[in-house]
Design a binder for this molecule. Sequence first.
Ligand SMILES: Cc1cc2nc3c(=O)[nH]c(=O)nc-3n(C[C@H](O)[C@H](O)[C@H](O)COP(=O)(O)OP(=O)(O)OC[C@H]3O[C@@H](n4cnc5c(N)ncnc54)[C@H](O)[C@@H]3O)c2cc1C
Length: 238
Amino acid sequence: VRVALISYTPNPELVIAAAARASTSRREWDFPLESEDPQKIHSFLSKLLAAGHLSPFEHASFTFAIEGISRVASHQLVRHRIASYVQQSQRYTPISSPNFVIPPTIASNPKYRGEFERIFNEAFKLYSQMAEDGIPLEDARYILPSAVETRLIMTMNARELLHVCSLRLCNRSQWEIRELFKKVKEEVSKVAPFLGSHLLPKCHFLGYCNELESCGLFPKRSEKEEGECRLRSSTEGR
Ligand SMILES: Cc1cc2nc3c(=O)[nH]c(=O)nc-3n(C[C@H](O)[C@H](O)[C@H](O)COP(=O)(O)OP(=O)(O)OC[C@H]3O[C@@H](n4cnc5c(N)ncnc54)[C@H](O)[C@@H]3O)c2cc1C
């Protein structure tokens, strides 16, 4: 997975703070200046997050070039609707080399890795042959496995980034899209460190795990509540 931040709203954290201030400012305009102490901005943004006042975060956008992901991952990615995408077309752009993603469990398994690669390469050979023989690319591509690599451009605002990262950075989410959003977080952190540090799995905000099974980072809610009950009963009467 390769991710590059190719464009973003200049001064994204200032823009978010400025947007939030517009709602309460008594003066005509009360936009923070670039010279404003970043710590002040960060503590203001913390308050917005804690209050769930998230619409100001929609005013900062980030555009990423993403490549080397499988169609399995891109299919999951584009389910996130509050974003814009342009993906490499398999109708107009012939796939010229058999690049594909091998999941680590298969890459490290000598029993299946060879067979996985062989079948992918066979499928790619047939694809190329059909394309050469005049079968339209839009039809030849049906033979390609979902492991085939794709590339796309994605633009997402900071509010949606917070939301998507809360889902996709979860240790229970699928490994490839998790890897993708780890890199998205790294890229955002370079230009918006406060925002980057808050791109976290949902358990960090909830204080518990709401998945069927916890990875161990946070307890499930019922376990947490039981723990709190035990704590309450052990401190009662003191
Ligand atoms: C671990 C995991 C497993 C998954 N498994 C499956 C699966 O088995 N099958 C499957 O089909 N999908 C699956 N998904 C995809 C999932 O169902 C969602 O489609 C995907 O996470 C998109 O996220 P979203 O709907 O929260 O928000 P986004 O599309 O990212 O939108 C952000 C938010 O905007 C609001 N919003 C957006 N569009 C609307 C709308 N039309 N109406 C009202 N509010 C809206 C919602 O509040 C939403 O949370 C899975 C996702 C995860 C993270």
